[in-house]
Design a protein around this ligand. Structure first.
Ligand code: UD1
Length: 417
């Protein structure tokens, strides 16, 4: 296992390129199962979750290549079973239920694992697919679904689930008739998936709003598509610029998708501005101030930026609070930040953060993807050395993180544990 060693206290200066979005690339790759011919996807980040998805595609009968940041995918003969060895490492595998049921009328997918941030059931995916005619049984840790062909339906999600909306978009694209999805997730990654499916010939309207209409088509055909830039990676580097009191420029930063974060950063006294050359500049505009934040489905504040913003609040003046409304157990970074001198009081789903003048480096342990990022950010500003262990989580979601940070002056290196 690898760890990151960070010597804190350097003001980061320079330019960081933003990679393609992991959370958009994952469903788009799985949607390749639906297309006839060879799909070509560009701007795909080279991350562990992407390699896992490519393995999954191979097992399901889709041949892939991955060079630089371009994936090609071609279905040669679909198979219905996604084995536990793969699914346990990545919850997004459950997204193949929709395409497999749509095309093969059968799917056998292990119950997912992924980040340990709460129970994360898939009941909403199953309930919605049942409305389209699928039937499920749980068999030795596998969800086994069958149907006699999916049929369009009106489906109202109990909660705007991102994965659930994506699964149903794929299923409905090849179902018989029209599907209306209500109370859908409005995340930009849902829109990117819908754009990809439409480029393959699907007929989806309304993605990005809470009501999406899908007219099923007989078959989809391959296309070429560029995956959107990663708004969470971009947001993490915006915080990196602010926390180190540096000045960073981000290339390919999807600023329009970052409204909720940027407005909180501005409240904290951080300047975030689009430059004439298209890059996004971040630096402090004065003393950092605490803020109150509540995570919400998009366009609210993203849960995937909660841990990173908390690291920033740890070194702000005064106090602030973070309420986590999406996942019940997403505060594992709190005790680790505490080991670095942060003053955070946790009660139920709310963290009260009182800023301290200085964090102090310490050995800490990453527990999930975004928690790992928050510990790296804290390490960048802490006095002395921070060792972040178990960074395999980080490798699931940040492409070349230590390389990108080193290039703007951070003293950060990877070592074997
Ligand atoms: C996706 C993102 C993840 C992000 C999350 C919320 C990917 C690969 N992952 O995860 O990074 O943190 O959106 O923005 O895109 N829920 C149920 N039943 C279900 C489905 C969800 O109870 O069937 C609950 C979950 O436990 C959770 C909440 O709904 O509490 C949100 O989950 P969801 O929006 O589905 O997140 P994911 O798609 O898993």
């Amino acid at each position: 296992m690898d760890k990151l060693i960070i010597e804190g206290g350097v003001k980061l200066k320079g330019t960081i390129p933003v990679s393609g979005s992991k959370n958009a690339a994952l469903p788009i790759l799985i949607a390749c199962l639906l297309a006839q011919g060879t799909v070509r996807l560009t701007n795909v980040p080279r991350l562990r979750d992407i390699f896992t998805t490519l393995k999954l595609l191979n097992i399901l009968g889709c041949e892939t290549t991955f060079e630089d940041n371009t994936v090609t995918a071609r279905v040669t003969g679909l198979k219905p079973e996604a084995p536990y060895e793969l699914v346990k490492t990545m919850r997004a595998s459950v997204l193949c239920l929709g395409p497999l049921l749509g095309l093969l009328h059968e799917a056998k997918v292990a119950l997912p694992g992924g980040c340990a941030i709460g129970a994360r059931p898939v009941d909403l995916h199953l309930k919605a697919l049942e409305r389209m005619g699928a039937r499920f049984i749980l068999d030795s840790g596998y969800i086994h679904g069958i149907c006699g062909g999916l049929i369009g339906a009106r489906i109202v999600f109990d909660f705007p689930t991102v994965g659930g909306t994506e699964n149903l978009l794929m299923a409905a694209s090849v179902a018989k008739g029209c599907t209306i999805l209500e109370n859908c997730a409005r995340e930009p990654e849902v829109v990117d998936l819908a754009n990809f499916l439409n480029a393959c010939g699907a007929r989806i309207c309304g993605a990005g709003t809470s009501v999406i209409q899908v007219e099923g088509v007989r078959q989809l055909s391959a296309c070429e598509y560029r995956v959107m830039p990663d708004r969470i990676e971009a947001g993490t580097y915006l915080v990196a610029g602010a926390i180190t009191d540096g000045e960073l420029k981000l290339v390919d930063c999807p600023l329009d998708e970052l409204d909720a974060l940027v407005s909180k950063l501005r409240e904290m006294n951080v300047l975030v501005e689009r430059q004439e050359d298209g890059t996004v500049l971040v630096r402090r505009g004065g003393e950092l101030l605490g803020v109150d934040v509540t995570t919400q489905p998009h366009p609210g504040f993203p849960t995937d930026m909660q841990a990173q913003l908390m690291a920033l609040m740890c070194v702000a003046s005064g106090s602030g609070s973070i309420q986590e409304k999406i996942f019940e157990n997403r505060f594992m970074h709190v005790s680790e930040l505490g080991r670095m001198g942060a003053r955070i009081n946790l009660k139920d789903r709310t963290a009260m953060v009182r800023g301290v003048p200085q964090l102090v480096g310490a050995p800490v342990m990453a527990s999930d993807l975004r928690a790992s990022a928050s510990l790296v950010l804290a390490g960048l500003v802490a006095q002395g050395t921070t060792e972040v262990a178990r960074i395999y989580h980080l490798d699931r979601g940040y492409e070349r993180m230590e390389e990108k940070l080193s290039a703007v002056g951070a003293r950060i290196r990877r070592e074997k544990e």
